[in-house]
Write a protein that binds this ligand. Structure first.
Ligand SMILES: [Cu+2]
Length: 289
């Protein structure tokens, strides 16, 4: 192969390595509807929390380029070896079986890549796991097949309610099929919300993509996660543990509003929900109170 051809091939490979992530990134730049899936959307959903932005940066700008580079390099190497060392081109094969230098290199490079990834990864994980001082604590319980919420008394709450998916017949314009619910949970904007998550029957998983939260709801166990939404709006999520026949029909919906509206909602809900105490008995709630 002439030097020119070789240069062309390596330049082509380099261009592909650079272009592929850009194509992915361009996909993500397509307007994503916040809080719900976007038809034809590519990439991660729009996020409205700092942790979400950092998670997406980690994925899009660190992991994706590394993955793309490794995949293209390995593929290139395979193609090169098939072409260079096939029987016709290379009738007398080498008898070499060990190469200490090469073995050290192919062990060391993956280790270095992993160490490089681990630094931002652990930093991000710490941020997700360490819960800052929370303004609001909400207890979320997974049931077959809906979510229940409890707002504690000492924060102006003292009520609980169930959140069930709206049936197709109940949808009004603006609703999203399979995501809209009868009772939305409400939280104030720009305040740290702590969620305590558990389940009544089987393992569920509480996920709101726009907040970058995903936490297993396990019977008999109280898991915690947090978010601080920076934008008002309605954010949907879904259970993401296969939890039975209606697993796909237990969406979660959180509406983020201003502090004033939140206080109003709290006062109204207190009247509305405490009149009709939640029909569902929250197994774990008695033990933590
Ligand atoms: Cu579930």
């Amino acid at each position: 192969m002439s030097t020119d051809t070789r240069h062309m091939i390596s330049r082509g490979a380099l261009a592909a390595a650079v272009a592929l992530p850009i194509v992915f990134l361009a996909g993500m730049a397509w307007a994503q509807v916040e809080g719900q899936p976007t038809p034809g959307g590519v990439g991660l959903p729009a996020t409205v929390t700092e942790v979400g932005r950092e998670t997406q940066f980690f994925y899009n700008s660190i992991l994706l380029p590394i993955i793309t580079f490794i995949a293209i390099s390995v593929l290139g190497l395979l193609i090169y070896v098939c072409w260079k060392f096939n029987e016709q081109a290379n009738p007398v094969p080498s008898k070499l079986t060990h190469h200490t230098g090469l073995e050290i290199v192919w062990t060391l490079i993956p280790i270095l890549i992993l160490v490089f990834i681990s630094i931002p990864s652990f930093r991000l994980m710490t941020k997700q796991v360490e819960i800052p001082e929370a303004a609001i604590t909400i207890k979320v319980t997974g049931n077959q097949w809906y979510w229940s919420y409890k707002y504690p008394e000492d924060q102006g709450g003292g009520f609980g309610f169930d959140q069930l998916m709206k049936a197709d017949a109940d949808l009004v314009p603006g609703d999203v099929r399979l995501l809209s619910v009868d009772n939305e949970a409400v939280v104030p904007v720009n305040e740290v919300v702590k969620l305590q998550i558990t389940a009544n029957d089987v393992i569920h998983s509480y996920v709101i993509p726009a907040f970058s939260i995903r936490m297993d709801a396990v019977p008999g166990r109280l898991n915690e996660t947090w978010f601080k939404a920076e934008k008002e709006g309605l954010y949907y999520g879904q259970c993401s543990k296969i939890c039975g026949k209606d697993h796909a029909f237990m969406p979660a919906a959180i509406r983020v509003v201003s502090r004033e509206k939140y206080d109003e909602w709290l006062a109204e809900s207190k009247k509305k929900y405490s009149a009709a105490e939640s029909p569902v008995k929250l197994a774990a709630s008695e033990t933590i109170r």
